[in-house]
Design a protein around this ligand. Structure first.
Ligand SMILES: *[C@@H]1O[C@H](CO)[C@@H](O)[C@H](O)[C@H]1NC(C)=O
Length: 419
């Protein structure tokens, strides 16, 4: 018994070739997608644009990095008025196991700004150690020349005894919440900035972050005024694609779409056979069944294996991200909702210790505030080592020890320079 005619065999053979080709293409296209079967860490976590930004930032910092009085780079610390800043940047810095990145973080948000743009930003850096001099950057010459407020616990009326105890116990979660609280509060009380941007001390910014972010904030504000969007807690400038893959809770949607597509192909097959005489020889029942039950499922499986971020990428611009938005590396809060967060943080340290990002997410859930994101990431996480872990050895090579930063990593950021 011959199952297929020559034409049908030719079609199936062509399909096999085509499928093989698609498979190879997917392997390349999805290599950087952490949600894909084809993900290869050495591709996906390879830093490109971020290395360039690190070099540029350190280059920018060099002329400021001198202690003698240089009229071309006068000290900023506590001199410039920060009352009329548009964005107050709060950064908490702690001592990290490998290298410190606070210089890169600060420099990368400033190195492409005009003088006028620089005057709209007030940078507050909190050295979150009970003895700040233990932080390698605390005594570096660039610091007072670049940062508007170099802060320590002493200046902030912080609960020193509590902090010292948490430091001794290495209770990072509770301490981080207090530190975040103090930094956020310093921006809130020491400036009138309508936007408060909280950064971790191991991020690097895109060259164009300033204009993109301000433009996005303006858009968000005008949507808010016209009632197009709900009240919101923050807009996220860093996200990792790692948690944006296919969601298991959406399986009914995926199943329905897959069945719908297979059904559609079957219907087209039967209708084609009826209305187009020449196809009658080709579109036999066996053949349609083979296409629908073998070829189509193979294509659908490949589609899912290729990964969601690859197959359904988010368009550039502002999106809602009320879930799966990971990590608190870079968030911008509108001033009016900051008191809410300050209250929450103040309470949170007495409660079950959640990480800072969980505290923020829980507040947003409890108050029904939206969370927004700018696509692509305006910041990258370059911290090679987290202070949260107690590893004694790191196998990192190369001039910049970035390499994917624990998977808390934005692929979109690395591709930004291709634009
Ligand atoms: C600044 O200068 C100090 C030495 O005075 C050096 O150790 C440090 O690496 C420099 N930092 C930057 C960011 O260039």
């Amino acid at each position: 018994m011959i199952l297929f005619t020559r034409k049908q065999r030719l079609f199936l053979f062509s399909f096999a070739v085509f499928y093989f080709f698609l498979f190879i293409v997917s392997r390349f296209r999805s290599a950087r997608d952490p949600g894909s079967y084809f993900f290869r860490p050495e591709e996906g976590y390879r830093p490109q644009y971020s290395l360039q930004r690190i070099d540029e930032s350190l280059e920018y910092l060099r002329p400021y990095n001198q202690s003698f009085n240089d009229p071309a780079h006068p000290p900023r610390n506590f001199t410039a008025a920060s009352d009329d800043a548009t964005i107050c940047v709060g950064i908490v810095t702690v001592k990290r196991p490998l290298r410190q990145n606070i210089d890169i973080t600060v420099a990368s948000i400033l190195d492409n700004l005009s003088e006028q743009e620089r005057s709209t930003i007030s940078v507050h850096v909190l050295f979150a150690l009970t003895s700040p001099a233990d932080h390698p950057d605390y005594t570096q010459p660039w610091l007072p020349n670049v940062v508007d407020r170099v802060l320590t616990y002493d200046q902030l009326d912080a609960p020193i005894a509590v902090l010292r105890r948490l430091e001794e116990k290495k209770d990072v979660k509770r301490k981080s919440i207090i530190d975040y609280y103090l930094s956020l509060k310093s921006c809130y009380e020491d400036s009138n900035a309508p936007w408060i941007m909280m950064l971790e001390d191991d991020v690097v910014a895109q060259r164009a972050w300033y204009n993109r972010t301000l433009q996005s904030l303006e858009n968000i504000q005008s949507w808010r005024r016209s009632g197009a969007i709900k009240n919101w807690l923050y807009v996220r400038l860093f996200y990792t694609e790692k948690f944006l893959g296919w969601n298991s809770e959406d399986w009914p949607v995926y199943a329905a779409c897959s069945i719908g597509i297979v059904t559609m192909v079957a219907v087209v097959g039967f209708m084609g056979r009826r209305s187009l005489r020449p196809t009658q020889g080709l579109l036999t029942n066996t053949f349609i069944a083979t296409v629908c039950l073998v070829c189509m499922p193979l294509l659908i499986v490949l589609y899912f294996l290729a990964g969601r971020v690859t197959m359904l990428p988010m368009r550039q611009g502002i999106h809602l991200m009320n879930s799966h938005g990971c990590c608190s590396q870079a968030l911008v809060f509108p001033r009016e909702n900051v008191p809410l967060l300050l209250n929450k943080m103040d309470e949170a340290r007495y409660e079950h210790p959640y990480a800072v990002d969980s505290v923020i997410e829980r507040l947003a859930d409890a108050t029904d505030l939206d969370r927004l994101v700018i696509v692509p990431s305006q910041m990258q996480h370059v911290g090679a080592a987290s202070y949260k872990e107690n590893r004694d050895r790191y196998d990192l090579q190369g001039p910049h020890q970035v390499q994917g930063a624990h998977g808390v990593w934005s692929m979109g950021f690395e591709k930004a320079f291709e634009e």
